[in-house]
Design a protein around this ligand. Structure first.
Ligand SMILES: [Zn+2]
Length: 282
């Protein structure tokens, strides 16, 4: 009889472990800080009794993740895309709203640059297959989701330099509107060291048309970062890197106007302002 009970308890335990890995992905529920604006992360407390974690949660169609604080309370993370228009996010289950949060407007500045190399402004037909293939690879990379619990999440700056272009800037190239700036630019002389801001695994170490020499690192739990325009890549695909490891050198490969690091951070596939993830922002 005792053996039978043990087996039942063990099975229940195993069952809850699997579920925990899907939902409660962050050990430290303060991560990331609440930044409720497009390009930020809504991070809010919810009462465990207000929702059923076995049922689907709808948050305006956005992806979400939950961290369990205690028996009574959890924290929900919702990365907010730059093009998100609504002024609030309602979180629903079975059609009923159990949480509603205001989303603030953030005024991102405009930037107008001139690029004289026409290959980078309007690439020819012959370059399209390459550009398409590399776009596909970066889409897969940024959506990488490894269901692990992140023990450490606060990032250090990947390079010493000046922020020459912030995240979210509305860009115009030769007066034509382009995609919003999906990362942060750190300008520094060619050859400046680029260090991994957080531990992870290299999932791309390659040369892309627009990004030049580029690295993508999977940190786990839906957190992915990338480093573009490097003059040199010091890691290879599949390498495990620790926070502070040398991964490359700043350069001006790909579409650039000067040497800088273009640094992107993705949470569950959504480009988020990298500043939010810096340890200094806590
Ligand atoms: Zn950039």
């Amino acid at each position: 009889m005792r053996i039978k009970i043990s087996i039942i308890v063990f099975t229940l335990f195993l069952g809850s472990c699997t579920l925990d890995q899907k939902l409660f992905l962050f050990d430290n529920c303060k991560f990331p800080i609440n930044s409720p604006y497009p390009g930020g992360v809504l991070s809010i407390d919810i009462n465990n009794k207000d929702f059923d974690r076995n049922k689907e949660i709808n948050a305006e169609g956005l992806v979400s993740s939950i961290c369990k604080n205690s028996l009574y309370q959890s924290r929900m993370f919702i990365p907010i895309p730059l093009d998100f228009k609504s002024k609030k996010i309602e979180i629903k289950q079975d059609g009923a709203v159990f949480s509603s949060s205001k989303i603030f407007n953030k005024n991102y500045r405009e930037s107008r640059i001139t690029i004289s190399n026409n290959d980078f402004v309007s690439p020819g037909e012959d370059l399209q297959p390459r550009i398409k293939r590399e776009y596909g690879l970066s889409q897969v990379a940024k959506n990488t989701f490894t269901p692990i619990k992140l023990k450490d999440w606060a990032m250090t700056e990947p390079a010493k330099g000046l922020t020459s272009s912030e995240f979210g800037v509305r860009r115009f190239i030769n007066n034509q509107p382009r995609n919003r700036h999906s990362g942060m630019d750190i300008a520094a002389p060619e050859g400046t060291e680029v260090l991994a801001p957080l531990s992870g695994e290299v999932i791309i170490a390659s040369n892309f048309f627009y990004k030049g020499n580029v690295i993508y690192i999977n940190h786990g739990a839906g957190l992915v970062s990338s480093y573009s325009h490097l003059s040199k890549i010091e890691v290879k695909n599949g390498d495990k890197v620790k926070k502070g490891d040398l991964i490359g050198l700043i350069g001006q490969t790909g579409r650039v106007t000067g040497p800088h690091l273009h640094w992107e951070v993705y949470l569950m596939g959504i480009a988020i302002n990298p500043e939010i993830f810096l340890a200094t922002s806590i």
